[in-house]
Ligand binder design. Structure first.
Ligand SMILES: Cc1ncc(COP(=O)(O)O)c(C=O)c1O
Length: 467
């Protein structure tokens, strides 16, 4: 009997499920040229779906050339629709794909920067998204402005002033597809191959790659428990900009004190360069009062980058850039070249989400959740490793760094840890100058339950004591 799995709980119409599975079987060669497919009535009855579902799926496959239908004599696989597989993974069925993403079970992954995905505010977001889709004028379905929806830029400017001390007019804001696109826009806007920038060391590999990909050289400045060591800024350099994560240095977690912020601004003024402030997760501050942005101290020098990846979801791909007025128009032009604009429905949904006070409520709620997880991971680390571990950078955010007294996280030790079904991330892999952080790992806890945290740290201990 010819059979395909159909799943009514999937967010995919049945016609599409049937169509996609037959299409993939033909491409893989599991269904071969001239194979006859069951009659529509028969397949519908095998799968327990209406006959129209099968008719429409077959019609679509015929229209695309995968099948040929002969009136009265059945439906057959067309010739020439088999594509030799180079890499089997590329041809996973949709069901396998879902499992691939969702069922990486057994492994406890301390990847940093992932918020609690099971606590995304589905109801309120979904309710607003539906309202936006149904009630907004039809122009929202057309092309939009590259800088983003006015409604979002207005509420965002007010929100950032209130919560982060950011000083900007909505015209200085460009809505981007996450902070990552904001970094690419900055690179396009300011950098060429002869340029040099000053950057914290360590800092994420991705950011290093984006800024160095145009041939620009990176001048690393080491980071201590307070962030960039600004007394090491080189008087003889003329960088295009200085890149910092001042609220919560990534990955080491320091918060840049006001004295260093002022030193940084003096340096930027003297060398006539910009400062890029990446403020990726400062909303979740557990100790002390929230620190104001660097941008508020000198809006003409500082380009501020923010994201909704941590406070809401990385899947939304929503971020933003705040530029001095002199750079704003050029940046909008570049955004237009890149992808015209960030999706309008999501932008408008977010604008209502902020305006209706849902965002701040969500942040308040999540801050409590993450604080419990942070305290718990610290106590688990202490329990398993007592005073052979030092915890760094835990005042803010969704990750901390564990520094071990006598362990070097070499490739061998890291594979041993992976064999114990736990994933941790070495700080050293984000270091520009190698050798200074070999005994430190990044532990993200935002998307892990207390049980997972406890089990993960136990496995880590086990891996380290048996290696
Ligand atoms: C330092 C830093 N900045 C920004 C981001 C956010 O990137 P995006 O907004 O593109 O998800 C990340 C992601 O983990 C990060 O580590």
């Amino acid at each position: 009997m010819f059979w395909l799995p159909v799943d009514r709980t999937l967010d995919m119409p049945l016609i599409r499920q049937v169509y996609e599975q037959i299409r993939l079987r033909i491409l893989h060669g599991e269904l071969q040229a001239e194979d006859r497919l069951p009659a529509t009535r028969e397949l519908a009855s095998n799968l327990g779906v209406s006959r129209n579902v099968i008719i429409e799926a077959y019609e679509q496959l015929i229209a695309e050339g995968y099948l040929v239908g002969f009136q009265g004599s059945g439906t057959y696989v067309a010739k020439g629709a088999y594509l030799k597989q180079e890499d089997k993974d590329e041809f996973l069925s949709l069901f396998e794909m879902n499992q691939h993403i969702e069922n990486d079970t057994g492994v406890i992954d301390f990847r940093s920067g992932i918020p609690a995905l099971d606590m995304f505010p589905r109801k309120s977001w979904g309710h607003i998204a539906k309202q936006v889709c149904i009630e907004t004028s039809q122009s929202i379905f057309g092309y939009d402005h590259p800088e983003g929806r006015t409604e979002l830029r207005l509420v965002l400017a007010q929100y950032l002033k209130r919560t982060r001390g950011v000083n900007c007019h909505p015209d200085q804001l460009v809505i981007t597809s996450g902070a990552t696109q904001a970094f690419s826009l900055i690179a396009n806007l300011l950098l060429s191959s002869e340029d040099e920038i000053i950057i914290e060391d360590p800092i994420t590999n991705e950011i290093q790659t984006i800024f160095s990909s145009s041939g620009t050289s990176l001048y690393p400045i080491p980071v201590d428990e307070y962030g960039m060591k600004t007394d090491l800024l080189p008087a003889n350099k003329r960088p295009k900009f200085i890149f910092v994560t001042p609220s919560h240095q990534f990955p080491l977690g320091g918060t840049l004190p006001i004295q260093r912020r002022i030193q940084l601004i003096h340096f930027a003024r003297n060398t006539d360069c910009y400062i890029i402030e990446d403020d990726y997760d400062s909303e979740f501050r557990y100790q002390g009062t929230p620190v104001s942005s660097l941008q508020g101290l000198d809006p003409e020098r500082v380009i501020y980058v923010g994201t909704f990846s941590k406070i809401l979801s990385p899947g939304l791909r929503l971020g933003y850039l705040i530029l001095p007025p002199s750079l704003a128009q050029k940046c909008k032009d570049l955004k237009w070249f890149m992808d015209l604009h960030t999706p309008s429905l999501e932008q408008l949904t977010l604008a209502h989400f902020i305006d209706g006070n849902y965002l701040e409520r969500h942040i308040r709620k999540m801050k409590k959740v993450y604080q419990v997880r942070r305290d718990y991971i610290k106590s688990c680390l202490k329990q398993e490793f007592s005073n052979t571990v030092t915890i760094l950078g835990d005042s803010t955010g969704l990750h901390l760094v564990a520094e071990f007294e006598d362990i070097v996280f070499s490739e061998d030790i890291l594979s041993k840890i992976t064999e114990h079904n736990v994933k941790v991330y070495p700080v050293e892999s984000h270091a520009i100058q190698k050798g200074n952080h070999t005994n430190k790992i990044i532990l993200g806890y935002g998307n892990l339950s207390k049980e997972e945290i406890k089990e993960g740290i136990k496995r880590l201990k086990c891996a380290l004591t048996t290696s």
